[in-house]
Design a protein around this ligand. Structure first.
Ligand SMILES: Nc1nc2c(ncn2[C@@H]2O[C@H](COP(=O)(O)OP(=O)(O)OP(=O)(O)O)[C@@H](O)[C@H]2O)c(=O)[nH]1
Ligand SMILES: [Mg+2]
Length: 317
């Protein structure tokens, strides 16, 4: 007789949507238990759908991290917002992450411009959810920044919008409340076989992940509009006999002035960025990394159909 018992497994997709900077990627990384999506303090960090696999009990939850939903202007912005809604549309569950500290600031009449934007985006998402006709799970995030008594009226008001099935109060950064949310997600997957191998946390190709790591370090180091006007590509990836990896990357920028800023005085900026990026890649890939970065001027990188489709974005929205 076989000792094997049949496992009642569950699996499915949970799309994580929300305004830029709400904390979606931070939450996805925490739920998965490792870094699958880059995080910065700046808005519009995530540019395309990133899948992370969470295992809990006999459930597999494929979390789909999405770009923030905002009012788009450029082609890249439009494609990012479309990508977020596509993620929501195809998912079994939708998780709406809200930066609750913005709502508290509004209630107290001490709201900043960024917080105002965040609330406008949240309201827009609520309207779109109403139209979509699918109930979402509300995750009131960043509760570490507010007092519990400030949360309750906001939670009640948002629940009354009628688009949410459940509300969780969490801190993706500190971890508070995330366990209850993760349990809920796992329980609400449909019975079925796992969709990814159990030990696989992400499905992003290593070359793309390496490019994202460098883009994160650039975003953290650069100011104003520059982070939004560049992109990073891994040009070459070579596994060496000694166990190390040689990675060649190109940073595409729109103008000569941008190239100079990224270089910095005597190449200081690019050197620092490369150093940080290399260290993190070594952590992720668990092997020594030799990283070589070049900067190229390409006025048209944000108008390149090929680049969009390489990261799963729709060029024609
Ligand atoms: N205090 C606090 N900060 C948080 C929390 N979650 C995320 N953050 C911070 O919020 C900022 C944005 O986090 P991200 O995870 O990149 O947000 P995002 O929603 O993925 O942003 P986009 O990809 O730009 O749409 C970062 O500085 C995070 O450290 C939280 O629970 N508490
Ligand atoms: Mg993100």
């Amino acid at each position: 007789m076989s000792a094997e018992t049949t496992r009642e497994t569950r699996a499915g997709f949970a799309a994580v949507i929300g305004a830029p900077n709400a904390g979606k990627s931070t939450l996805v990384n925490r739920l998965v238990g490792e870094k699958v999506s880059i995080v910065t303090h700046k808005v519009q960090t995530t540019r395309f759908q990133v899948r992370g696999v969470m295992m809990r009990d006999d459930s597999q939850v494929i979390l789909v991290d999405t770009p923030g939903i905002f009012t788009p202007k450029r082609r890249l912005d439009r494609a990012m917002v479309r990508s977020a809604w596509d993620g929501a549309d195809g998912a079994d569950l939708i998780l709406h992450v809200v930066d609750v500290s913005a709502w508290v600031a509004e209630a107290e009449g001490k709201i900043s411009a960024a917080e105002k934007k965040s609330i406008i985006d949240d309201k827009r998402i609520i309207k779109d959810l109403q139209e979509l006709g699918k109930k979402a799970i509300l995750a009131l995030n960043k509760v570490d920044l507010v007092r519990p008594d400030q949360l309750l009226p906001i939670s009640a008001a948002l629940y009354d919008e009628g688009v949410y099935s459940d509300v969780f109060m969490i801190s993706g950064l500190k971890g508070g409340g995330v366990d209850a949310l993760s349990e809920h997600l796992a329980k609400n997957m449909l019975p079925g076989p796992f969709l990814f191998p159990e030990d696989q946390a992400a499905d992003m190709p290593s070359r793309l992940l390496a490019a994202e790591v460098t883009r994160e370090k650039l975003m953290l180091r650069l100011h104003e509009e520059l982070p939004y006007q560049l992109t990073v590509e891994t040009e070459n990836w070579e596994s060496r006999k000694d166990g190390s990896i040689r990675i060649d990357q190109i940073i595409y920028v729109a103008r000569e002035g941008h190239r100079k800023i990224i270089l910095g005085k005597q190449g200081r900026v690019i050197r620092e960025v490369g150093q940080k990026s290399r260290e993190e890649m070594q952590d992720i890939f668990q092997r020594p990394v030799h990283l070589f970065t070049r900067i190229k001027i390409s006025e048209k990188w944000a108008e390149s159909r090929e680049r969009f489709s390489a990261i799963g974005l729709d060029f024609d929205v």
